[in-house]
Design a binder for this molecule. Sequence first.
Ligand code: NDP
Ligand code: 8X3
Length: 253
Amino acid sequence: HDAETRKTILITGATSGFGRATVERFVAAGWRVVACGRRAERLQALVDAHGAENVHAAAFDVRDAEAMGAALDAIPDAFRAIDVLVNNAGLALGTAPAQRADLAQWRQMIDTNVTALVTLTHALLPGLIARRGAILNVSSIAGSYPYPGGNAYGGTKAFVTQFSLGLRSDLHGTGVRVTSIEPGLAETEFTLVRTGGDRAASDALYAGTRPITAGDIAETLWWVANLPPHLNVNRLEVMPVSQSFAGFQIHRD
Ligand code: NDP
Ligand code: 8X3
């Protein structure tokens, strides 16, 4: 791959699930990748597997704005011209109804899925505009369809989707593309995290369902990022065939 024509992508949440699969997909196609996440040893494993000329590890907690700024400042020159930002780091915590939910978990979801996402986007926007780049935000079907126990998580993802559409309006004429990717049931570490490490609960959710895989979403992000420059996918909702809609609940006295 010619050094002058190689593109660079920054991916948050690169230590697991969608993010890690997306690192693999873009590296395989010759892109430079800035891989972000808290678990530094997992980022180092990506560097070891693909080479320091292809992957730069940026280990930081996205909720820590100072750490984020320091990590961005420390990006080596070869990786600084970021063409695509994938805002993927995120989590759900808990499935309890709002009246029994843990406020600290709500705040962690908002800090991670919303505040960190806008902070990183704000920091990278000038460069993305200069390069006519792209922003790919990982939202969720939970932002469009409420379900019991989805409360604050769904709220954060509704924000991600609407923020993405608003970015499109503001970036009108800049050539910057913005997409809200809205996956449904996908097997990653998502449910392990949501349940506080309950492997049996995670396995039970996905059992027999043929869920979306991390590779499926990596391939989707690859497709969106590599469309001809005159095309923008505004929103993209993806479900496994095994998932669909059902009705409202009705309370009777
Ligand atoms: P995983 O749990 O497998 O991956 C989540 C990633 O987010 C990890 O790499 C984790 O890295 C990173 N992350 C979480 N908190 C922080 C933090 N404070 N600072 C830095 N990085 C953080 O789940 P998925 O791959 O499924 O999730 C990726 C995105 O997809 C999320 O935004 C999720 O909401 C969304 N999504 C998931 C669906 C699913 O069913 N799986 C469906 C729809 C959307 P580390 O822990 O190393 O920091
Ligand atoms: C993850 C999908 O339906 O579990 O965002 O909330 S769902």
